[in-house]
Write a new protein. Structure first.
Length: 118
């Protein structure tokens, strides 16, 4: 957090009514460092508990993740239509998915470019 104040960022803790700028006393810098360390520690604890909760839910079969955007039949149809040369943007709109999702279902084969990109 001291790196932020050195760049001219003003840090305000509303609940504690504290304001830190880059021109603070050494005591203020110490307090800011301690508060930043506690905030980082608390965030790491939250993430650790979240990972533990997800692991428990997976073991119990309750955590399955997100459902696929397309059924296997719709995905096969999408692949077939891309192979036929249909516009990918139009297909994405028709199937109700983003183009990024379309490319996850239909990977593009990378072509090696020649000397001049041909």
């Amino acid at each position: 957090m001291l790196g932020l104040t050195e760049r001219g960022v003003r840090i305000v803790f509303v609940k504690e009514n504290l304001t830190f700028t880059g021109e603070d006393s050494p005591m203020s810098n110490l307090l800011l460092s301690v508060m930043g360390a506690f905030a980082q520690f608390e965030r790491e604890l939250i993430r650790e508990r979240q990972r533990e909760g997800i692991a428990i839910a997976r073991r119990e079969g309750k955590y399955r993740g997100r459902k696929p955007s397309l059924t296997s039949a719709r995905a096969a149809e999408l692949r077939r239509r891309v192979a036929e040369g249909d516009s990918k943007a139009a297909l994405a709109r028709e199937f109700g998915i983003s183009r990024d999702t379309l490319y996850r279902y239909v990977p593009v084969k990378k072509r090696r470019a020649g000397k001049f990109g041909k």
